[in-house]
Design a binder for this molecule. Structure first.
Ligand code: NAI
Length: 328
């Protein structure tokens, strides 16, 4: 039998945590033959609820679950971590300015980055889910100078999956027939969901949809604002779908993306497509041998260029704001 992989989940007592932990422990994150050890990180007020979740994990008697430990100290929680899922974050409170939000999250993701730097395993991979996810990933990475920056991702997979679902519904095609959708930029309402290179049932998606106005006036805003629509309908923010996206992101990162397709991942830019180096921005990407490669050479039409630039400009503003706050 192989040694268990240590997976640290922050915000473990939250609603995404509750949807995520059982799927990790059942083998869906890494594969049905990989034992996992779970480290749950919470703030002191969340410890009791995290203990309750740990009791339920015990009660599932998962054959792959090698143990569960609960922490309120990041240094202990990230000791030996192989996979870090950074879910816990400070939500925007009423009347909270963006600067306050960035500062509060800097106070979370800076120390967590330091803890990862101090104790993580050499192969550590970190996925930031907690918002503002892209900039939180940038902050965590900046505090982990000994960990290669490309080990820090922010999650765009939920946006990617939302785009697949909208296209499937519009065209009456199974999701499994849709390939090469891309989300560009920031995980925010300014993201750019792009079907220019996508195929549906082997045809160019643009032809299969056959409705340019729908793409620009319905598809793009529906995907970008889906989070708000879920809150409106459910009375709570996306949780199971966010957890599902985190599972799929890490699974593909470790095990590879399927041949002939790609996914959307926010990772530190290497300057591809004119995105300033270092910004944690979403690109179409494939995973090979455990690492992401940005898909190169796609033609970007003028309209798409404008939308990508606007989203990237938002990321640059966030970076400048956290720099001014001394968080980078
Ligand atoms: P939640 O409020 O139910 O849970 C958050 C948990 O994090 C709480 O239990 C809280 O005690 C904990 N927490 C706060 N600070 C912490 C710290 N410093 N260390 C450890 N734990 C800490 O929130 P929910 O619904 O689980 O969402 C979590 C985050 O995920 C939010 O920031 C949300 O905006 C984000 N999100 C991101 C998505 C994406 O696509 N990237 C999609 C959906 C949500």
């Amino acid at each position: 039998s192989t040694a268990p992989v240590t997976v640290t989940v922050t915000g473990a007592a939250g609603q995404i945590g509750y949807a995520l932990l059982f799927r990790i422990a059942s083998g869906q994150l890494l594969g049905a033959d990989v034992p996992v050890k779970l480290n749950l990180l919470e703030i002191p007020q969340g410890m009791k609820a995290a203990q309750g979740t740990a009791m339920e994990l015990d009660d599932c008697a998962f054959p792959l679950l090698a143990g569960v430990d609960i922490f309120d100290d990041p240094t202990a929680a990230f000791d030996g971590v192989n996979i870090g899922l950074l879910v816990g974050a400070r939500p925007r409170g009423p009347g909270m300015e963006r600067g306050d939000l960035l500062a509060a999250n800097g106070g979370i993701f800076g120390p967590q980055g330091q803890a990862i730097n101090a104790g993580a395993a050499d192969d550590v991979r970190v996925l930031v889910v907690g918002n503002p996810a892209n900039t939180n990933a940038l902050i965590a990475s900046a505090h982990a100078p000994d960990v290669p920056a490309d080990r820090f991702n922010a999650m765009m997979r939920l946006d990617h999956n939302r785009a697949l679902a909208q296209l499937a519904a519009k065209t009456g095609t199974p999701v499994s027939e849709i390939r090469k959708v891309a989300i560009w930029g920031n995980h925010s309402a300014k993201q750019y969901p792009d079907i220019a290179h996508a195929t549906i049932g082997g045809r160019p998606a643009v032809d299969a949809v056959g409705d340019e106005a729908w793409v620009s006036d319905e598809f793009v805003p529906t995907v970008a604002k889906r989070g708000a629509a879920i809150i409106e309908a459910r009375g709570a923010s996306s949780a199971a779908s966010a957890a599902n996206a985190a599972i799929e992101h890490v699974h593909d990162w470790v095990n590879g993306t399927p041949e002939g397709d790609w996914t959307s991942v926010a990772l530190p830019s290497d300057g591809s497509y004119g995105v300033p180096e270092g910004l944690v921005s979403s690109f179409p990407a494939v995973s090979k041998d455990g690492a992401w490669e940005i898909v190169q050479g796609l033609d970007i039409a003028a309209g798409a260029r404008e939308k990508i630039d606007a989203s990237v400009a938002e990321l640059a503003e966030e970076r400048d704001a956290v720099r001014e706050l001394g968080l980078l």
